[in-house]
Design a protein around this ligand. Sequence first.
Ligand code: LLP
Length: 438
Amino acid sequence: HGTSTINDKGHLQIGGVDTTALAAEFGTPLYVYDEALIRQRCREFVAAFRAAGVKYQVAYASKAFCVKAMCRLVEEEGLALDVVSDGELYTALEAGFPPQRIHFHGNNKTPHEIEMALDAGIGCFVVDNFVELHVLNALALDKGVKANVLFRVTPGVEAHTHDYISTGQEDSKFGFDLQNGAAFRALQEAKELKQLELLGLHSHIGSQIFEVEGFRMAAERVAQFYARVRDELGLTFPVMNLGGGFGIRYTEEHKPLPVGDYVKAIVDAVKKQFASYTYPMPEIWIEPGRSIVGDAGTTLYTIGTMKDIPGIRKYVAVDGGMTDNPRPALYEAKYEAMLANRAREANEETVSIAGKCCETGDMLIWDLELPEARVGDILAVSCTGAYNYAMASNYNRIRRPAVVFVQAGRSDLVVKRESYGNLVENDVIPARLARGAQ
Ligand code: LLP
């Protein structure tokens, strides 16, 4: 998919660059991003909204992969950016991302984070709860500024995805409940808060979702609520944000629709509701993360040791693991992989890909078909662009890998591999523990 091909040496090539050459130049593990594919996904979302003929904003959910070069790419593509922490906000600002196009999310924004965002002049806060509502108003008052706000609501839609990433149901830490009156009360209170400019509601039902039905139901429920709020509170909102969560194909069990189909289903549902109550059609905002970067990322590893347990299983270990991709251990996520240096060879054996961390759960792929793997082969795991680098850790004091963007036959380093120095730079030895202190 994307710009991936097999070149005449039988090597996997991405963005016109031989992946074995990338492994040799930058070392492994290495995250490789197909820049053209990221841009294509951004454009697919935009094209779908244009075709639907509505006002829109597509915000890239930076939590999926937030580094400065990615912020630049998103800006070039004309998207907005969703951040959920001071760290993501800082990264975006450092990249020079226009603050007016930044949305701030999160269920526990600290006063410090809110002040930082107000000082930067970000485009909108997605307010999650009553505490935040009042803290935001007070801090904005202190600074003599107004804050644009959306209200995160839980529409009571159960999305079919992993429990840890499903967010639309009533029992969730996120947002104001639409059905038990919390959302209505939040708006009643907000109406009196003079520093807040109320843009509308926000709903995000979960992540890695395939059916359009959940999005349609959420859109309908939120739209119905707009009518009620207008009738009972006299508030008319210019924006409706329906979140992200569009699924991608990690393995053949996943059957995502083209991204435009999700957009169309959402827009149609909103249009239909609004047509029935003569309400000016709000702008529709969405915030996809995974579907923009997920399948554009590939992780390259070098195969090291092997352990064959006759009649049971053969373990093939790579030089990374749960530190660069915790998703299999966390969510039992499935991935596909191939030998990048022997891409045309037929599969001969079934192996399980183990990481190098000191724990049994550090497995990347169970029962993978491969040519007979040899020490030094380069394993390419696909669809690692979302929530891999973003969730990487230094467990076992393993250094985070480098990240490269490839396009048009060239590669550009966008994140350096961590150094040993990086690992210890924040460590402090108290004087009483210094060598020879006695
Ligand atoms: N908007 C909100 C409010 C969100 O909470 C999320 C994801 C998104 C947008 C973007 O969702 P996406 O389009 O990427 O599905 N670490 C997990 C995924 C957690 C998603 C958290 N929120 C994973 O690796 O699967």
